[in-house]
Structures are given as structure tokens and as C-alpha cells.
Write a protein that binds this ligand. Structure first.
Ligand SMILES: Cc1cc2nc3c(=O)[nH]c(=O)nc-3n(C[C@H](O)[C@H](O)[C@H](O)COP(=O)(O)O)c2cc1C
Length: 175
């Protein structure tokens, strides 16, 4: 089975993005192995730091994964700093990092009606800058997530069905 690394853009325990990631993991666990990166352990990016164990573990996780699933909210019309920080750590050497050619799937989740569509575009632009292989699919946006997540569980059947349709070909592409 392919191994998929989930990189979340929110550290909140009650995060809607994390709830979305858990829903995907539950629906596809018979077709892929999922590991979630602990991006909250990473220090702020500093090129002088070359021996941080959390950074080394994260870079190793990205390198070892067959594919990466980003599930993130939008912060102030872009991607959260914690997510950008994680990406920056694993982005060197430029154009030859562990992200080069890495199959990647992007989902944005938002409390608002736009579903984080601006963050989605920004994240894909950043991934292009690392020569990652962003999966071609209809954009997966979870809008008004507060109404769709109950007690930490994403329950919206329409959203779950759409995710199934769009995410399954990504897993197929990793085999
Ligand atoms: C600092 C901050 C900035 C935000 N900016 C946006 C935004 O630009 N667009 C948007 O749709 N929602 C924005 N939100 C609302 C988030 O979509 C909402 O809080 C969401 O639930 C956060 O994701 P999480 O539940 O995974 O932590 C913002 C929230 C925070 C805390």
C-alpha cells in the first residue's frame, strides 16, 4: 500500500482541517497507510540550524512518503505560517529537495463560504516552486466547516462523497 503523509495547516485540537484529514484516513485506510506530520514540533526556519531532530524527522517523512496530502485552513487570504514554515524546512536544496516530483494533493478547509480557495491557490504556487507534482483534480474545498464538523467528525455526506471521487484517483496514481 502507498504511504501518504498528511501535512496539516492547523495545530488546534478541534481543527476542522484535522477533522477532514481524519475522515479521509478513515475512508481510505484500506487503500493507503497514513502518517500525520507533527508540524508543531518544528522550530522557526533558520538556515543556521542544521541538526534539529524534529526537522530531520520531518524531512525524512516527506522523503519516504509516496504522496503528500495537505489539509489546511486559510489564514488572512493565504496559508498559515505553521504550514509555510514546515514546507520551508523541507524545501532545500532548491529544486532538488524531498518535495521534487512528490505527488501532492491539496485540500483547504474554512469557516467561511470560500473554503480557503485563496490559500489553495497559494499553496499550489508554493509547491510548483519546489517542483512538486501537484495532482490534477477539481479543487477540494470544505466550506463553512463549522457546520460540517460535529464533535471532531466531518459528517457532511456531500463533501465526503466529493472527496471520495477526487481523492481515489490520487491513491491510484501512487500504485
Ligand atoms: C488567524 C486567522 C486568520 C483567518 N483567515 C481566514 C481567511 O482568510 N479566510 C477564511 O476563509 N477563513 C479565515 N479564518 C477562519 C478559519 O477558516 C477558521 O477559523 C477555521 O476553522 C480554521 O481552521 P481549523 O479549524 O482547521 O483550525 C481565519 C482564522 C484565523 C485564526
Amino acid at each position: 500500500m502507498p504511504e501518504i503523509l498528511i501535512i496539516p495547516g492547523s495545530l488546534r485540537a478541534a481543527s476542522s482541517a484535522r477533522a477532514t484529514a481524519r475522515a479521509i484516513e478513515a475512508r481510505f485506510r484500506d487503500r493507503a497507510t497514513f502518517v500525520t506530520a507533527d508540524v508543531g514540533l518544528l522550530p522557526h526556519y533558520n538556515a543556521d540550524v542544521t541538526d534539529d531532530p524534529a526537522v530531520a524527522a520531518f524531512v525524512e517523512q516527506v522523503g519516504a512518503a509516496d504522496g503528500v496530502l495537505f489539509v489546511t485552513p486559510e489564514y488572512n487570504y493565504s496559508i498559515p505560517g505553521v504550514l509555510k514554515n514546515a514546507i520551508d524546512w523541507a524545501s532545500r536544496p532548491a529544486y532538488a529537495s524531498v518535495f521534487k516530483g512528490k505527488p501532492s494533493f491539496v485540500i483547504t478547509v474554512s469557516g467561511g463560504v470560500t473554503g480557503g480557495v485563496r490559500a489553495q491557490a497559494h499553496l499550489k504556487y508554493v509547491l510548483n516552486g519546489m517542483l512538486a507534482r501537484v495532482h490534477a483534480n477539481k479543487e477540494v474545498l470544505v466550506t463553512q466547516a463549522n457546520d460540517k464538523v460535529t464533535d471532531g467528525v466531518l459528517t457532511d455526506d456531500a463533501v465526503l462523497g466529493f472527496i471520495d471521487t477526487e481523492f481515489a484517483p490520487f491513491i491510484d496514481s501512487l500504485s
